[in-house]
Design a protein. Structure first.
Length: 330
């Protein structure tokens, strides 16, 4: 054991296009592709060896506090599965916090899994790369826990940055980093807003319904995948167009609504109607749907900012360039 205490973080993400094509039900038939950016909002994990003077072996603090005598008693699925995957049986105190609410469409459960696994490896004195962290998080969430989710969130949390992720039938993942120093990327993020719908939701409900429609949704998902490549190509044009980028994002959102009737709620629909008077050139609901954050690309955010801040809870995201990281250890 190399350290007794470690603090880690992993970024949340904004998925621009391709969500749904990172599911095995799709990429086992046709190559998947997602374009997403890790942002400067984080999930934090503090892990320390638990002193034997405490009555419990594990103390786990999140929205609840668990005191458990064995690994099998742990109710937090990601904690229990991560300890099982790495076969860790040490007495531990684990606590987590985040910059934004959970279940808000930004991949927080995967960010938690990635940050926790990084902390557990550090506790054992092991150095791990982003690819290993992402794959282990996928094993925890998809293979062990059977969550009906894709693989994009784990990779975005582990790698950081703006990337095109490609998913193949043999389970390999190709990462194509996209430069964030270009004028168009700087312009896009300078004019991006995230509006909070005030609704959290359990993504699994929406995703299970979407998975049950996998065959029916195949054509729509192929369109989403192809649109993702068009967006990637636009970002690499000599003279890229912010208007075209916005249109791709909005078209992807239109297609995504075809995947499940649970994606839109009346409350979310009302909020989309309310923001329609802003000068927005592209918009979408992030994550599985039914709540969370609405991402919008504005023609000129400075002109809309006062209205946005006075009417809704919102923020402008910046890109995280580092991915999962160790903040401190001793």
């Amino acid at each position: 054991m190399a350290v007794k205490s470690v603090l880690t973080s992993a970024p949340l993400r904004v998925s621009f296009l391709g969500g749904g094509t990172d599911f095995k039900s799709f990429y086992s038939k046709s190559q998947g592709a997602v374009l997403s950016a890790a942002i400067d909002k984080y999930v934090y994990v503090h892990l320390k060896v638990h002193d034997p003077l405490f009555q419990e072996k594990y103390r786990i603090s999140y929205s609840a506090v668990e005191r458990c005598h064995s690994r099998g008693e742990i109710k937090n699925d990601i904690v229990r599965a991560s300890l099982e995957l790495l076969d860790i049986d040490l007495p531990l105190q684990i606590s987590t916090s985040a910059d934004l609410p959970a279940n808000s469409g930004l991949g927080s459960s995967s960010s938690f899994a990635v940050a926790l696994l990084l902390a557990l490896h550090k506790l054992r004195g092991e150095q791990v790369g982003a690819s290993q962290l992402a794959e282990e998080a996928c094993k925890v969430e998809i293979s062990i826990l059977g969550s009906p989710i894709g693989k994009q969130d784990q990779y975005s949390a582990a790698f950081g940055g703006l990337n095109l992720f490609e998913f193949f039938a043999d389970e390999t993942v190709k990462i194509e980093p996209i430069s964030t120093e270009t004028p168009i990327i700087k312009e896009v993020f300078a004019n991006s807003s995230m509006i909070w719908t005030q609704q959290t939701r359990q993504a699994n409900t929406v995703l299970k319904d979407q998975e049950g429609r996998a065959e029916k949704n195949l054509e729509a998902l192929i369109k989403l995948r192809d649109l993702t490549y068009l967006l990637r190509n636009q970002l690499k044009e000599d003279e890229p167009s912010k208007d075209k980028i916005g249109k791709f994002i909005s078209e992807g959102w239109r297609i995504k609504q075809e995947l499940s009737p649970l994606i839109l709620t009346s409350e979310v629909l009302k909020l989309f109607s309310e923001i329609s008077d802003l000068d927005i050139i592209g918009t979408k609901l992030l994550g599985a749907g039914a709540g969370g954050f609405i991402y919008s690309l504005h023609n000129n955010l400075e002109e809309d900012k006062k209205q946005v801040s006075s009417r809704w809870s919102a923020f402008s995201p910046n890109i995280d360039h580092q991915g999962a990281r160790i903040l401190s250890s001793n």
